[in-house]
Write a new protein. Sequence first.
Length: 237
Amino acid sequence: MQIWDILSILVLVITVCLIGYFALIFVNPESPLNILPPGRGIFGDPLPTSTPTAMQLEPTWTPSPTLALTPSNTPRPTFTPIFTDTPFSLVPPTKTAKPTNTSKVTFTFSVTVEYRPSTIWYPDLGCSYFGVAGEAVDDKNGPYRFGIVKVGGILDGQVIDPELHTTVTAVAPQFGPAGFEIKIPEVTTLVDSRETLWIQLFDTAGTALSDRKYFNTYEDCERNLIQVRFKATKPIQ
């Protein structure tokens, strides 16, 4: 066994002894092996204790009176508004004119709607026909030619675009000297509807000459052609 092994064993034994010694002192502080027992010095004498001595006042000392402060209410700061310039005018105010009632637009043409069987004009088509036809006349029942007629709205869930369903008067003479006709091929079967389609008359400049006239449709072969008559209510300029 080498010298380093012997020294290691010696250090280990000393460490174990020290641990045991400190454990004994911790468990029994009054043990004679404790070189610093509680309440005694290193040499066994009791430790001196200090006794507090109350401070004595000098015989000639006289307490001086103290002033007691009386609490007072301190007002909170108040908000001071900032003054702004007030505009004024030497000109007296003028009265604002009240809005006047807007008069209802009066159109040049009135519109009447009737329902006919298409077989009067197209005997061979039967119920396969669906469209709007009629004529436009002036205030003296003369033909009003080259007026623009448009049909639009919604029918059976389909949008009827008025730009695609447009014609002019005097192109369908079977309905009169100023007759017109607009077929609606989107409708392959007759359906009932309540005022979802409309028809309107315009001049060549695009100005409306009649109100939009809403009409019904019927699932009936005796009413599959909507006949419309535009009638001028006053002389046309």
